[in-house]
Design a protein around this ligand. Structure first.
Ligand code: 5AD
Length: 500
């Protein structure tokens, strides 16, 4: 059996696409290689949202040229957004690459590999499926409990739309992922019901502008609070309501990433009424300066962002918000940046991904000079992280001594992190804080929602212990049981230190 390996860069959509490539390749008779260097077929699933991400691909292909020379029958596949963006050019620029496959062409991958094995030339396939969009469901990820029982991966992603009709001037995604296409709500609900039946507790709905969702078959009734005259209205709230009603066994329903424009009254009302929606939303703002927001073509003002998030926070007590911010966009002045810092404080984000602006091909902002010097971008990013770290730290400190409900996602990778014996299990609170659970090594908590007492705050996470009631209710772990299989994927880290 030929062996394959997949290396994934970039966003949740890419993580999810990699899962689908796993499925497609396994079904075609490939087996996963334990060590990527041992693989016969190596797939690099790439990201091009920032220049740094694209550079990663180029250095990785450089490294792999030697891997190919060792055994010329090895096959190097480039998938994802750089594949879509560059297409055939990649084959010419980097001779080590055999196959280039776009996000919409994943089902064709085994066929392309088959042609190559029969002596075919290197090939690029990057065609959007605009006419008949395909939404491949990933088969339920196979987790394993401490006892080795399969089918208990606690979290899963479900794609509800793909592509993007926004035209944010910095962003390459409309080019790499194409126009918006939506998946029928019947299919979405069926996939979620199947996942929940297999043991999934939390689903994250995925889409580039996830809350612009509309049912392409018109199968959803209007949601309460929806105004048909509002150009920002979508059917996203209606979809959330349908999922909550039709899949009552689902414990948590998250989504990423929404556009602030579509945070409409109907969505805010859904948050107020649906217990399945946890108290955290990741809502990229990008800048706190109206001048910059306008040049970014974000289609909202700072005041509108603040008003909408205030309304959401009023509807959902204890809500926490996280965000994405770009520093050093063309023309960004010290005053513009000061406005961003003041917005971070005003909204009180509990998590923040910050990036230095980088020019991307095919984007409208290419017409603007990239005039903020690199060292100024770096200094602004550091300042931004100082601010957000201070907010997060105060927030986490404030949770010490409280009890929280944690969905246990897996075993802690950072053993020894939590004092004697180390924390073994870790997961997320409803507000998405990472919690490490100490003193529960002998229990099987995978996929359980457990009540914990927070004993300490780390820099980016909480240290916790099971409450007496949670401990009494928990199952003992069987010795010698299997380790969890492919780890449950994390929806979002609470805070990123990425330098853009
Ligand atoms: N430069 C820097 N950051 C960018 N992002 C998107 N495009 C760029 C760019 N050209 C950031 C945005 C987006 C996140 C996924 O990546 O903040 O929300």
């Amino acid at each position: 059996m030929p062996r394959y390996a997949i290396t994934t860069f970039g966003c949740q959509m890419n993580v999810h696409d990699s899962e689908r490539m796993h499925d497609v390749l396994r079904r075609a008779g490939y087996a996963e290689a334990g060590d990527p260097d041992e693989a016969d077929v190596l797939v690099l699933n790439t990201c091009s949202v920032r220049e740094k991400a694209e550079q990663k691909l180029r250095s990785e292909v450089g490294r792999l040229a030697r891997w190919k020379r060792e055994r010329p029958d090895r096959v190097l596949v480039v998938a994802g957004c750089v594949a879509q963006q560059e297409g055939e050019r990649l084959l010419k620029q980097m001779r080590a690459i055999d196959v280039v496959v776009g996000p919409d062409n994943i089902p064709e991958l085994p066929g392309l590999l088959g042609d190559l094995a029969l002596g075919g030339l290197p090939i690029a396939r990057t065609v959007f499926d605009t006419e008949a969009p395909r939404f491949l469901a990933a088969s339920p990820p196979q987790g394993a409990s401490a006892q080795g029982a399969p089918g208990r991966a606690p979290t899963a992603f479900v794609t509800i739309m793909k592509g993007c009709d926004e035209r944010c001037s910095f962003c390459v995604v409309p080019y790499t992922r194409g126009p918006e296409r939506y998946r029928p709500s019947d299919e979405i609900v069926a996939e979620i019901a199947g996942l929940v039946a297999a043991g999934t507790r939390e689903v994250t709905l995925l889409g580039q502008t996830v809350n612009s969702y509309r049912d392409p078959l018109g199968a959803l009734p209007a949601a309460p609070g929806a105004s048909p005259d509002d150009p920002d209205e979508s059917e996203f709230a209606a979809l959330l309501r349908r999922i909550a009603a039709d899949v009552p066994g689902l414990a948590r329903l998250r989504y990423t990433s929404p556009h602030p424009r579509h945070l409409t009254p109907s969505l805010i009302l859904a948050h107020a009424e649906l217990a399945v929606l946890p108290r955290h939303v990741h809502l990229p703002v990008q800048s706190g300066s109206d001048r910059v927001l306008r040049r970014m073509i974000r289609r909202y003002t700072r005041a509108e962002y603040v008003a909408r998030t205030r309304a959401l926070a009023a509807a959902v007590p204890g809500l926490s918000l996280s965000t994405d911010i770009i520093v050093g966009f063309p023309g960004e002045t010290e005053d513009d940046f000061a406005a961003t810092l003041s917005l971070v404080r005003e909204v009180g984000f509990k998590g923040l991904f910050g990036f230095k602006y980088s020019r991307r091909p095919h984007t409208p902002a290419l017409r603007l000079p990239d005039d903020v010097p690199e060292d100024v971008k770096g200094a602004r990013l550091s300042r931004l992280f100082e601010e957000s770290e201070a907010l997060l730290s105060a927030h986490l400190q404030g949770l010490v001594g409280t009890t929280q409900e944690v969905l246990v996602e897996g075993r802690d990778k950072e053993r020894g992190h939590g004092g004697p014996g180390g924390a073994l299990w870790s997961g997320r609170t409803g507000r998405h804080e990472i919690a490490h659970i100490e003193g529960a090594e002998e229990l099987d908590l995978l996929g359980e929602i457990v009540e914990v007492a927070v004993v300490r705050a780390n820099k980016h996470s909480l240290q916790a212990e099971l409450t007496g009631a949670a401990r009494a209710a928990a199952r003992p772990r069987q010795r010698g049981g299997a380790e969890p299989g492919r780890p449950a994927r994390r929806a979002l880290p609470v805070l990123s230190a990425e330098g853009g």
